[in-house]
Design a protein around this ligand. Sequence first.
Ligand SMILES: N[C@@H](CCC(=O)N[C@@H](CS)C(=O)NCC(=O)O)C(=O)O
Length: 244
Amino acid sequence: MLTFYRSGRFGDLGDVSPYVYKLETYMRTARVPFDTKLMPVDQMLMSGPRNLIPFIDEDGERMGDSSLIIEHLQKLHGDGLGDLALPDELKYRAHLIKKLLENDMFYIMIYSRWLGGADYKTFAKFVNRHRSGDELAFAVDRSLESVKAMLHGFRMGRYEETVVEGFLRENLDCLTYWLGNQRYFLGDQPHAVDAGAFSQLASFIHFPIDNPLAKVAKSYTSLVDYCDRMKAEFYPPDAWADPA
Ligand SMILES: N[C@@H](CCC(=O)N[C@@H](CS)C(=O)NCC(=O)O)C(=O)O
């Protein structure tokens, strides 16, 4: 049996990591059976290959990277969503949507939680909820410093929030266009790209702490409807039953 690690639900959001949520959504959508283990984010980061999350254990082997794991599952458990049989036009569209979400929207999402007008302390306390007292206060400050350094390195952190809002609106306009009136990003059937699109968009739209950039995302009604639909369709109420 495949074991999947995640850090716990956060309000209506399945996991604070969009890549962890992406992998869980893919497995639910493609009906890949899995067991779940809960682990705090910092422990997960120390345990994952490349010090990245998500990761899985399968047959005694640990494997990381959401896209590499999905490729592995497609080979081993079957291509349940028909991704490998997509015509080139849809395959390459899915690739561009994934890259937009994972190489650009991801950093805007991190910015939205930590910089500008964000209430980063409430979020950092949630991520570090297994700590208390001085250790918690230290972890909150240290988290902010490391996120700032990361966002500076990836350039997004050097921009003013109004400029980042412009980047976000351009991406959301583009995603709204590609979704159109369809149920899923490639038509009337879900594909792997929907697991990633849902998890990155829900990281703004279902994020339970208000922040100015999430508010912008929440004004894109077709993307909000898409996230609500994906969650209702692939996450039965008992998927939210864990204690974390
Ligand atoms: N391409 C990777 C990206 C994973 C990733 O960036 N995960 C974040 C958490 S959301 C992480 O592990 N960050 C730790 C770091 O950047 O050091 C995937 O698809 O799994």
